[in-house]
Design a protein around this ligand. Structure first.
Ligand SMILES: O=P(O)(O)OC[C@H]1O[C@H](O)[C@H](O)[C@@H](O)[C@@H]1O
Length: 445
């Protein structure tokens, strides 16, 4: 079954001819993407990846996942940004945000190297005490500070615990095929390595070994994930806006942006989807937010955030639109029983599944927010399974690329990320940054 765009509620904000007017622009973006003639055309490997991924490496991923499942209580996944968010997002969505606390026969999974907070690191280390551990260190560049620092700590821990030879059999490195410090280290130490293809940027890499190894360790069916993405690749291969939901979503975003909607809120009614919204924020934020342009990607999980951000969405500055991911089937439902005494006055909710109550919350909110002046697009995902999620991931990746081209930016670079790094390195005294240090220190006085 397919992920589909329900655009019924957008008609209050966008007229038919506005969408028709976008067709030539969308077709031009489509051609750039498929003929590889647009900005950033070195980074288009993800477009056909679901069909042409490396099958031999895929087998190795599944073998490594089985080994980790059989010899480890805990898998530490070290990475940041595109080398972190996708794996965590898929595991939380398909297994559970409470994955580590569930009764299960797969290892616990902790994510490290996604911040520089010492307390967080210490807490993970103490959880590891007395447990068998494997480590998957992930970095495309192989030089990112946060994961490199965390890996130094966990490499040391594994070598202390298992000896150099034992540690070697428990460390898996996912990185560039040839370049970077991590690749050199992995080759020198003899770790098993997995390759992030040159032409797939970090934020588009969840369907490469970056995401696939940790996701497989959690017990998800990575073949079905890839099959869903491949189905989406087929479904969105035609540029006709009336038949291509992915492109229609990109076009609507662009029209709304031109009408002053500068914030998109990705919303779901399932806490398991919350990390998917974090993945979405990197994907769209780094792809579109440049040259002083772009829609600011934000997120909310309802009904939770209806009790915090709901007021603003209904009634605050009219700067945002919502994209609601409507996951139409709950993994597990809960039957709300009748209470003969009805002391809490809740019998109007009883004798039905809780998912129905959640659905009424969605329906009521979509109408309220739309009437309040916040446009709502709805993405219907029939079931929370591997196939559908693979489809949804590809949907967002392709929509993001087309949106970026419609906006006139290079969706595949992230030059703005370097500024803070330069300052941080200078302040920490990294060799090569000496001249900047003094000037920065003066600014801090
Ligand atoms: O995979 P890595 O090379 O370690 O990069 C991890 C992340 O860090 C960078 O600063 C970029 O802004 C991200 O796009 C990237 O996903």
């Amino acid at each position: 079954m397919a992920v589909t765009l329900n655009d019924r509620h957008i008609t209050a904000f966008i007229k038919g001819h506005e969408l028709e007017g976008m067709q030539p622009l969308v077709s031009a973006a489509h051609t750039k993407l498929h003929d590889k003639t647009g900005l950033g055309n070195d980074f288009l490997g993800w477009v056909t990846l679901p069909a042409d991924y490396d099958r031999e490496e895929f087998e190795r991923i599944q073998k490594a996942a089985k080994k980790i499942q059989s010899d480890s209580d805990i898998l530490i996944v070290i990475g940041i940004g595109g080398s972190y968010l996708g794996a965590r997002a898929v595991i939380e969505m398909l297994r559970s945000p409470l994955y580590n606390s569930l009764k299960k026969d797969t290892p616990d999974i902790y994510f490290a190297g996604n911040n520089i907070n010492p307390t967080y690191l210490n807490e993970i280390l103490s959880i590891c005490e007395g447990k068998d551990i494997s480590v998957n260190v992930i970095s495309k560049s192989g030089t990112t500070t946060e994961p490199a620092l965390a890996f130094r700590v966990f490499r040391d821990l594994l070598e202390q615990k298992y000896g150099k030879e034992g540690a070697k059999g428990r460390i898996y490195a996912t990185t560039d095929k040839a370049r970077g410090t991590l690749k050199e280290l992995a080759d020198k130490e003899g770790y098993e390595t997995f390759v992030i293809p040159d032409d797939v940027g970090g934020r588009f890499s969840v369907l490469t070994p970056v995401g696939l190894l940790p996701i497989a360790v959690s017990g998800c069916d990575i073949k079905a994930l890839m099959d869903g993405a491949a189905a989406a690749q087929n479904a969105y291969a035609n540029d006709d806006l009336s038949k291509n939901d992915c492109y229609r979503y990109a076009a609507y975003r662009n029209i709304l942006h031109a009408k002053g909607k500068s914030v998109e809120m990705l919303v779901s009614y399932d806490p398991a989807f919350t990390m998917m919204t974090e993945w979405f924020k990197q994907l769209f934020g780094e792809s579109e937010g440049k040259d002083q342009k772009g829609i600011y990607p934000s997120s909310a999980t309802f009904s939770t955030d209806l009790h915090s951000l709901g007021q603003f969405i209904q009634d605050g500055s009219r700067v945002m639109f919502e994209t609601v991911v409507d996951i139409q089937k709950a993994k597990q439902d809960f039957f709300v029983k009748d209470d003969p005494e009805n002391l809490d006055g809740l019998n109007f909710l009883s004798n039905q599944d809780m998912s129905i109550i959640n659905r009424r919350a969605l329906e009521g909110t979509v109408i309220a927010h739309t009437e309040g002046g916040t446009p709502n697009l709805i993405l219907e995902m029939p079931e929370p399974n591997e196939y559908e999620l693979g489809w949804l991931i590809y949907f967002f990746e392709k929509a993001c690329a087309v949106s970026g081209y419609l906006l006139g930016v290079n969706p595949f670079d992230q030059p703005g990320v370097e500024s803070y790094k330069k300052n941080m390195f200078a302040l920490l005294g990294k060799p090569g940054y000496e001249s900047e240090k003094e000037a920065l220190l003066k600014k801090l006085q």
